[in-house]
Design a protein around this ligand. Structure first.
Ligand SMILES: Cc1cc2nc3c(=O)[nH]c(=O)nc-3n(C[C@H](O)[C@H](O)[C@H](O)COP(=O)(O)OP(=O)(O)OC[C@H]3O[C@@H](n4cnc5c(N)ncnc54)[C@H](O)[C@@H]3O)c2cc1C
Length: 442
């Protein structure tokens, strides 16, 4: 391994080469240049850029969230994808949420908020309007039990590792230096302010620090001398909850030779989120898979032929061992049961997939992500010159968090977009509204 030559000092240090760290570094450098100042920003990444969740993300860019604050923030983030769609591998094919009666009210509220912020979408409600809308997209769709359909026109999907690399490219072009293979192991303080970071390759002085540690948030909390817990609620109702809990996002790549997702007139299929309360039966043997609310999501594969999709995630708890992280760790990928579930759900949704049995070429994969107690991210100061961004599984589509954080750091003025994502919300009961979706992250 060649020795890494680190600078003795950098004005701003960013920890973490995932989407949040890279977006923050890029925007910090850009803002500094815009002010006529030197873009003295470095990123320290313990492994490689994209080594965390960002590199294996499903890449879905949607704005289907009950929290109004998310709608605002994602609308801004989609603007960043739209600014360089080719670079990010952003496929703006739209996003379709198809839901049963229990989630109709959620969709109506989300559509209303999207209208307010100018996020172009269409809503259909009621059995016959939903059927008409869906059949306009696919002739063989099953609309049984569907009571609301939301079609987001600006959404779609982006290439995950392509997005990471493109953020790194923008950051470097803006003057950021990115150091891979450099783990931050400790901090030096001058009073309450951090004065330097300690790494395996040397100590670097800094004026301010931004950390976006992704799944390694508990270690980051401990490094700052904080217990990785959050007090949720006030007074007698207050309870201590783990800072992050881990979930296994169960996803996979699926190919049914000769059969794809294309819609009427060969139209590119939007990304689809299909939730249901009807029982789901196996498409192989007709056995009941579940009579509980279920859901699948899917989109076209990278090459256009295959399908990338997923189903409900599995709860792994707060003590899950994150390392070694990634799809090479058998503990961190979906099992074959996902394939049975997913292809049966797909056969339920689109008749063209029915009775395919063993003809599917299935590759279940996915990965682990970390969620905060209310399953929404945190963007906040954790010391006078330390800014922390905690992921909550939506990070891929939240590139604007880094931009707003950069502006807060440089201007020390609170960003209205980030105000709802402060740590204080947990202790004051101002956490985000949760939808009735069976998913923990909607
Ligand atoms: C299977 C899967 C599918 C997903 N699908 C979607 C999707 O479709 N749409 C969506 O929006 N989101 C999706 N997500 C979630 C999304 O990928 C994450 O929310 C997002 O990537 C988090 O970005 P991050 O920068 O916070 O963290 P990460 O990408 O985890 O990056 C953190 C980085 O920090 C580094 N690091 C940590 N500690 C240190 C240290 N001490 N020193 C130096 N470096 C350090 C790590 O090595 C890592 O590279 C998915 C996630 C998974 C796992």
């Amino acid at each position: 391994m060649p020795t890494i030559e680190l600078p003795d000092a950098a004005r701003f240090i960013v920890i973490g080469g995932g989407v949040h760290g890279l977006s923050s570094a890029w925007h910090l450098a850009k803002e500094l240049t815009d002010r006529g100042e030197k873009p003295d920003v470095i990123v320290l990444e313990k492994s490689q850029i994209g080594a965390g969740a960002s590199g294996i993300s499903g890449g879905i860019v949607r704005n289907y969230y009950r929290s109004e604050a998310m709608t605002d923030l994602i609308a801004e983030s989609v603007g960043i994808f739209e600014s360089d769609p080719e670079g990010f591998g952003f496929h703006q094919v739209g996003y379709l949420a198809v839901v049963p009666e229990a989630q109709r009210e959620d969709l109506e509220a989300i559509a209303e908020r999207q209208r307010e912020v100018g996020y172009d979408s269409e809503l259909a409600t009621g059995k016959s309007d939903c059927r008409e809308y869906l059949e306009w997209l696919w002739p063989d769709v099953s609309s049984d039990g569907v009571q609301a359909v939301l079609h987001e026109k600006r959404s779609g999907w982006a290439d995950a590792i392509g997005t990471v690399r493109n953020l790194a490219r923008h950051a470097r072009e803006a003057g950021v230096q990115i150091f891979e293979g450099v783990e931050v192991t400790g901090l030096e303080y001058s009073g309450t302010e951090v004065s330097a970071v300690i790494t395996g390759a040397g100590t670097i002085r800094c004026e301010a620090l931004l950390a976006a540690p992704g799944l390694w948030a508990p270690e980051w909390w401990r490094m700052q001398g904080l217990e990785p817990v959050i007090t949720v609620g006030e007074g007698d109702d207050a309870e201590q909850r783990p800072l992050t809990e881990y979930w296994l996002a169960r996803e996979g790549d699926y190919v049914l030779p000769g059969v794809g997702l294309a819609g009427n007139a060969g139209r590119a299929a939007p990304v689809v989120h299909f939730d249901h309360t009807e029982p789901l039966y196996s498409d192989r043997d007709g056995e009941l898979i579940t009579d509980q609310p279920w859901g699948i999501y899917f989109r076209m594969g990278k090459t256009g032929g295959g399908i990338v999709g997923g189903a409900l995630p599995l709860e792994m708890g707060p003590d899950f061992i994150v390392d070694p992280y990634g799809p090479d760790n058998p503990e961190q990928v979906a099992g074959d049961d996902l394939s049975e579930f997913f292809t049966s759900g797909l056969a339920f949704a689109l008749k063209r997939f029915r009775g395919a049995g063993d003809k599917w070429d299935s590759n279940p994969n996915g990965g682990v992500l970390a969620l905060t107690p209310d399953r929404y991210p945190v963007a906040d100061w954790t010391a006078p010159n330390i800014y922390s961004i905690l992921d909550a599984g939506h990070g891929f589509k939240m590139l604007a968090v880094g931009r707003e954080a950069a502006r807060e750091i440089l201007g020390h003025r609170p960003s209205p977009l980030l105000e709802p994502f402060r740590l204080a919300r947990f202790g004051t009961g101002r956490t985000h509204i949760v939808s009735k979706s069976p998913y923990p992250w909607t």
